[in-house]
Design a protein around this ligand. Structure first.
Ligand SMILES: Nc1ncnc2c1ncn2[C@@H]1O[C@H](COP(=O)(O)OP(=O)(O)OP(=O)(O)O)[C@@H](O)[C@H]1O
Ligand SMILES: [Mg+2]
Length: 243
């Protein structure tokens, strides 16, 4: 049965930077509710504040105004390491340390059994023999899958993905997209993903949110928003025109 209500509630979320008067808002009065076990794509031009928004959700950066509630509690009430485990983050380029695949997974979740490690390797569609390979010997696509296995090892409730396929070829992109769909539909994880590709947003479906100049411009069904945007900014973005 689907869980109702919001897993994440953003209320007037704002992050100001610099020493101008007023300081510049790179995330500007952003309010939105993310439901349980659903997929959300954040789209918008370069510099719109997409990564900045994502980093506020698990407090990799701190907001200067407003709040984020996770399951009804302000994220500032959680210890940062607990919050970052429950809201896992995947960077555009894989962040791993120079050891084996196993070491990288176990570092995220110590005491993981061999069978669980094997299941994770299988889940991210890597060959089982790869577990003892140094990650430096792997391709970027394989490393991004290891980074995803590392994230899944911690059983996050929310996965924050910042352009997870931007550095990948079409075959690896397709594999990661299948995985993203499966963590939502099979494991009930809420995924909030930044994407630069309108085609990817349509392929993945779910909800889309258009952000321009730090602000939420429009949101709705992903396919509908990409194919038939309801705002002038949305139409300009989808047509590849400057804002
Ligand atoms: N710590 C910071 N101090 C000052 N400015 C910042 C800081 N972090 C981000 N910015 C600025 O905020 C704006 C939004 O940056 P952000 O990286 O969030 O955009 P983005 O939408 O993710 O862009 P891209 O699609 O290129 O990744 C940019 O103009 C960036 O230079
Ligand atoms: Mg970015």
């Amino acid at each position: 049965m689907a869980v109702t209500g919001s897993i994440l509630e953003l209320c007037n979320l704002t992050r100001r930077v610099g020493d101008g008067t007023p300081a510049r808002a790179i995330v500007d009065n952003f309010s939105y509710s993310f439901g349980f076990g659903r997929l959300y794509s954040i789209i918008g031009p370069s510099g719109a504040g997409k990564s900045s928004l994502l980093r506020l959700l698990n407090r990799l950066d701190e907001c200067t105004d407003g709040s984020v509630k996770f399951k009804g509690s302000d994220t500032r009430e959680f210890a940062p390491c607990e919050l970052r485990q429950r809201l896992g983050y995947l960077f555009q380029t894989p962040h791993l340390f120079d050891r084996t695949v196993r070491d990288n997974i176990v570092d995220a979740q110590p005491h993981l059994s061999e069978s669980k490690i094997s299941r994770l390797i299988q889940q991210v569609q890597l060959p089982s023999g790869i577990v003892d390979a140094p990650v430096d010997n792997l391709s970027v696509g394989e490393r991004q899958r290891v980074a995803l296995a590392r994230l899944l090892a911690t059983q996050p409730e929310v996965a924050l993905l910042d352009e997870p396929t931007a550095a990948l070829d079409p075959a690896n992109t397709e594999a990661i997209e299948r995985l993203i769909s499966s963590v939502v539909t099979d494991h009930g994880v809420t995924v909030v993903m930044v994407s630069h590709s309108r085609q990817q947003v349509v392929r993945l479906g779910g909800e889309a949110i258009l952000m321009v100049d730090g602000q939420l411009i429009e949101h709705g069904d992903a396919v509908g928003l990409v194919k038939n945007p309801g705002t002038p900014q949305g139409r300009r973005y989808m047509n590849g025109e400057p804002q």
